[in-house]
Structures are given as structure tokens and as C-alpha cells.
Design a binder for this molecule. Structure first.
Ligand code: FOL
Length: 222
């Protein structure tokens, strides 16, 4: 009876092995413009949501959390089971505490349903999954996961946490065999990417503090 909730994963990962984290934080420091892109894209529009795991929440500097201008949903198995409660407080209240990704999505679906009756605002925006590895894996197992905004970091960094999907790495025949039935992901053009995020996407490789990276958008086709 309502449009299915769409999930967009947002991630920065090393090109070689999809590394996303080290020692509880990001593998790199000082990619300030990259982080600014993350903030702009997840904020643009009204009523956007960021879903993250508890370890990712802990990794965000306290002065930046909850991430401003977005409804923050944090997932931990140690939160009470069942439908999460609305957060107390104003527009930057939160976070919403959910015991699983599924209950988080159920909460957002209800919020959307309520919103469409005109009873309240919020919940009608884009839903971004911002990590970490366990939450990305759970999201990628759902039909709702439609898109990945990937920042491909060309430099190598030592990582202990990895994005659980290879995007844009050459696929061997054996790999192709075992992934034949898996969802197919395709990279969208720079123009399609720009249209979706609502801002220009630079064509050239970005460099900050000697680290090269590139902004990409991937979509699932099935
Ligand atoms: N996706 C991308 N593209 N880059 C990332 O760095 C990234 N990081 C996470 C998830 N997806 C990502 C998870 N880690 C903040 C800190 C860590 C973090 C996510 C967000 C954070 O403090 N964000 C602030 C911006 C602060 C600033 O401007 O420096 C925010 O308001 O979003």
C-alpha cells in the first residue's frame, strides 16, 4: 500500500580490498572534503535518515553526534527488542535505538505511514546506511538496498574492517560462477550520480593530503 523504503549505502573504501576501517575508526585522517561530501549528500532534502551500527556511532566524535539535520538510528543487539521508541527532544534529537536493522526499517515504515496521513513531519526523506561492516552486510541482504554511494580511495591503508561487497574489481570466471545468482551492481554515469545527489560530481580524481579518491554511484539492477 506504500512505496517500499529504499536504502542507499554510503561508504568510503580502499580500491584494492574495500577496506573501510581500522582500530574502531576510519583508516585515514584528513579527508575533510570527502567527509564534507558525506555530510552534504546525507543532509540534502528534508527528513533524511542515517542508520548505523553501535560501533560506528561510537566512532563519531561526540560533538558531531547525533549527526545534525538527519534522524539518527543506531542498531545494537543490546537495545530492547521490538519497535523502537521515538527519540525525545527537538529536530536534532536522538538517536533512535533499534535492536536490529529489520526493526529499524519497520519503525521507519510506520513513521512514513503516519506522515502520509499528515499527522506529523519527518520520516519522508532518504534513508542512508552509513556502516559499519556488519550493518552494511545486513543491508546488502535486503531487497531494499538499491544503491551504493562509494568513494573509491586509491591509496592503500591498513584496515581491519571491509565493505562486504566487491564493486568494480575485475571478476574471475570462478567468482562470476559463484555470484551468478547474486544481485548485479552497475556503476552509474557521472550525470546520473549528479542528478541523484543533487550536486555536481567532479570528473577528475580528488587529492587530499596525498590521498587520491573518486566519487562513484552504483545501483542494483534486478
Ligand atoms: N561515507 C563516506 N563517503 N565517507 C566517510 O567518511 C564515511 N564515514 C562513515 C560512513 N560513511 C562514510 C562513518 N564514519 C562522521 C564521522 C565518522 C563517520 C561518519 C560521519 C562525522 O563526524 N560526520 C559529520 C561531519 C563532521 C565534519 O564536517 O568533519 C556530519 O555532520 O556528517
Amino acid at each position: 500500500t506504500s512505496a517500499p523504503l529504499e536504502l542507499t549505502l554510503v561508504v568510503a573504501a580502499t580500491a584494492r580490498d574495500m577496506g573501510i576501517g581500522a582500530n574502531g575508526g576510519l583508516p585515514w585522517t584528513g579527508l575533510r572534503k570527502e567527509m564534507a561530501y558525506f555530510a552534504r549528500v546525507t543532509k540534502r532534502g528534508d527528513g533524511n535518515v542515517v542508520i548505523m551500527g553501535r560501533k560506528t556511532w561510537d566512532s563519531i566524535p561526540p560533538k558531531f553526534r547525533p549527526l545534525r539535520g538527519r534522524l539518527n538510528v543506531v542498531i545494537s543487539r543490546s537495545f530492547p527488542p521490538g519497535l523502537p521508541k521515538d527519540p525525545a527532544g527537538g529536530p536534532d534529537a536522538g538517536p533512535v535505538e533499534a535492536s536490529s536493522l529489520e526493526t529499524a526499517l519497520e519503525y521507519l515504515r510506520q513513521k512514513k505511514a503516519v506522515e502520509s496521513t499528515g499527522t506529523t513531519a519527518n520520516g519522508g526523506g532518504r534513508v542512508f546506511v552509513i556502516g559499519g561492516a556488519q550493518i552494511y552486510a545486513a543491508a546488502l541482504g535486503l531487497a531494499e538496498a538499491r544503491r551504493v554511494l562509494l568513494t573509491r580511495v586509491m591509496s592503500d591503508f591498513s584496515c581491519d574492517t571491509f565493505f562486504p561487497l566487491a564493486l568494480g574489481s575485475p571478476t574471475s570466471a570462478e567468482e562470476a560462477e559463484k555470484t551468478a545468482s547474486a544481485p548485479k551492481w552497475v556503476q552509474r554515469s557521472r550525470a546520473e550520480h549528479a542528478a541523484w545527489i543533487g550536486e555536481e560530481v567532479p570528473e577528475e580524481v580528488q587529492t587530499e593530503n596525498g590521498t587520491e579518491y573518486e566519487f562513484q554511484m552504483w545501483e542494483r539492477v534486478d
